[in-house]
Design a protein. Structure first.
Length: 310
């Protein structure tokens, strides 16, 4: 399928060769990123997206999810979704199997399994992907991060989610599954680079050259409440930057405000590692960081739910 969207004219820019003791972040250790697409990334407004609907190389993905009613997102999609949107389930499509005593609540899937999921939706190298939810991007950012980490940079989060689309007066249609032939996506970056496992996280949290950031709300970070995991609290040494604070009126804050928010972090992206409860909403902080600076910090995908296993 030939792409209809035009690429930007910018060339590759070689990054300074650096080394990282604990986390493998290739895009910050000599990795040459592909030229960024000319279409809006990492966010797109409803007004920017609407004229693109119907394009053959546009893939819109609905990521709505409720942790306490895991079938709700699919039901909402079936009732009313952005035109042509396909649905991806956080547990079934964006996570691997939970291994008792080994993984957190939303472990990353195997790259081959994720590629198969995206292949059923027709993903190709030229496909421009837009992801959305109804939580300000709190769930959709997980899919945005997965695609970005694997090297598919033509991806954006719908700013303000489905609420912004509705507020603009654009149509919603019942969700229908794609029936076309599957594709075979080839991700250039291997198995989710830019992540740290538990042992690496334990080392870097004790290294003053790194900052570990808890992305959950302040009461959960302080251990005052814990609605999901069996133990409240946070990883010792981590600071707290709650992901909802990236938003203002349901949309991502301006770059200047986000830069002020992240000013407490290390100067280099690779020296900042985000986590949350299960590796999902931490991706929203990474989205906001990338929007502010154009760089990708690290992720501890196992997060608090894996850390508790010990």
């Amino acid at each position: 399928m030939a792409g209809k969207f035009s690429e930007g004219a910018g060339g590759e820019e070689e990054l300074e060769e650096k080394s990282l003791n604990y986390c493998w972040l290739p895009y910050l250790s000599g990795y040459k990123p592909l030229p960024m697409p000319s279409l809006p990334t990492p966010i797109i407004s409803a007004e920017e997206l609407y004229p693109l609907t119907g394009q053959s190389d546009l893939l819109i993905l609905d990521c709505r999810h409720n942790l306490f009613d895991t079938g709700a997102g699919r039901r909402l999609w079936a009732e009313a979704a952005l035109p042509g949107a396909q649905y991806l389930h956080l547990d079934e499509d964006l996570s691997g199997p939970i291994l008792p005593g080994q993984t957190g609540r939303h472990p990353l899937p195997e790259t081959a399994d994720f590629a198969a999921v995206m292949g059923k939706l027709g993903l190709e190298a030229a496909t421009y992907v837009v992801v959305y939810d109804d939580k300000g991007g709190g769930i959709a950012a997980r899919l945005w991060w997965m695609l970005m980490a694997l090297g598919h940079e033509r991806v954006a989060v719908l700013d303000g989610g489905i609420q912004a689309w509705e507020a603009a007066g654009y149509p919603l249609l019942p969700g229908k599954e794609r029936t076309g032939a599957p594709t075979q996506p080839r991700f250039p970056n291997g198995d989710f680079p830019g992540t740290c496992d538990r042992a690496q996280t334990d080392k870097l949290r004790q290294d003053p050259a790194f900052t570990l950031i808890d992305s959950r709300t302040a009461p959960r970070y302080r251990g005052e409440e814990e609605p999901i995991d069996p133990v409240a609290g946070h990883i010792e040494g981590a600071i707290n930057l709650p992901w909802p604070d990236n938003l203002k009126d349901g949309k991502l804050r301006p770059r200047e405000e986000l830069r002020e928010r992240f000013a407490v972090l290390q100067a280099e992206a690779r020296q900042n590692v985000f986590y949350c409860g299960s590796g999902v909403t931490a991706c929203h902080n990474i989205l906001a960081y990338h929007y502010a600076y154009g760089e990708m910090p690290g992720l501890y995908p196992g997060s608090w739910s894996e850390w508790l296993i010990g």
